[in-house]
Write a protein that binds this ligand. Structure first.
Ligand SMILES: [Zn+2]
Length: 325
């Protein structure tokens, strides 16, 4: 990749728990990424866990000589100028808020700049993609209003389609789908329909394409990822597609025993009928896929400018608008 390209990971899937994932974050930097949105919580873990994870990542990042936190485009540019990877946090779902929209501000102060309102299953705020989606609730609308007030990106990944449409109606700012595939190419429940792609784009948002084979409906390689990127570009234009690989290390003990027990007790979040838990496991494209992906897109006729927009410019445009700086 060219050194002057801004490369933005809209969501890394590194497991949110204190003390974990350092080498995985480093892999993004080594692959040439400029900025990573790193999750510090999801709906199976409570707000105290998310707070502890955010504080732990912040301490480790502040003590490193190759990464720094950035909650603005100016901060991201400062990190790039210093040759460092910039990091902001995201949270996958509203459970961490504990039913209080005022807690959005607490997480914002800790570096959270993007949040889902539901992770696969319904919450008190919104409907999940693997549930009977009840749409955005009155509490969910208060959360969206607070996110808009503070400048936090509303993310419809993992939500049901009715909820995504409600988020678009409720939010004053663009809404993103940070990591998913296209339903038109692979009929998985985590993927987005062309109607969602069009609606997100019409409000100025972007759809980040993931690198997970289960959702892509094929091998997690540059060709299949490019198929999904091409599809979003054909439906909504190249200004509305981004990269949300959601890479996580699939080898080694990513999850501690304590958390593994919680996850095992809630299989409804990953329904076997959707392919979760299948014998062959899940493969995710690693951060280094970006080199082959860019070659693939150029071979398909993508311009250098459209590639630069896909890899970072499009998400940066949304962030600059929502974060207001
Ligand atoms: Zn996710």
């Amino acid at each position: 990749m060219d050194a002057y390209d801004l490369i933005w990971e809209a969501h890394a899937g590194i497991f949110p728990a204190p003390g974990r994932g350092w080498e995985a974050l480093r892999a993004y930097r080594d692959a040439g990424f400029s900025h990573v949105s790193l999750n510090v919580g999801f709906d199976l873990l409570d707000g105290a866990h998310a707070l502890a994870t955010a504080r732990d990542w912040s301490r480790r990042i502040a003590a490193s000589d190759w990464a720094q936190m950035a909650g603005s485009l100016a901060g991201i540019e400062a990190a790039r100028a210093a040759g460092k990877l910039s990091v902001a946090f995201d949270i996958e779902g509203a459970v961490a808020l504990g039913g209080d929209a005022g807690n959005v501000e607490v997480f914002h102060q800790l570096g959270v700049r993007q949040m889902l309102l539901a992770y696969n299953r319904n919450t008190d705020a919104a409907g999940g993609c693997h549930d009977d989606d009840h749409g955005l609730t009155a509490f969910g609308r208060r959360v969206v209003a607070e996110m808009n007030r503070l400048g936090m990106i509303v993310d419809g990944a993992h939500a049901g389609e009715r909820t995504v449409m409600d988020l678009l109606e409720a939010s004053q700012d663009p809404v993103v789908i940070s990591h998913a595939g296209c339903k038109a190419l692979a009929g998985h429940g985590r993927n987005v329909s062309d109607a969602v792609v069009r609606a997100v784009a019409a409000q100025g948002g972007v759809v980040g394409i993931c690198g997970i084979d289960l959702f892509l409906g094929g091998p997690a390689d540059a060709r299949v990822i490019a198929d999904h990127i091409d599809h979003v570009a054909s439906v909504a234009g190249p200004a509305h597609v981004a990269l949300g690989l959601d890479w996580f290390p699939t080898e080694g003990a990513q999850v501690g025993e304590d958390v593994a027990t919680i996850l095992a007790a809630h299989p409804e979040f990953w329904p076997p009928a959707e392919g979760y838990g299948r014998a062959e496991g899940v493969q995710v494209a690693s951060p280094s896929i970006i080199v082959a992906l860019k070659s693939e897109l150029l071979n398909r006729g993508w311009s250098a400018g459209d590639c630069a927009a896909l890899f970072g410019g499009n998400f940066a445009r949304v962030a600059r608008q929502v974060w207001r700086g």
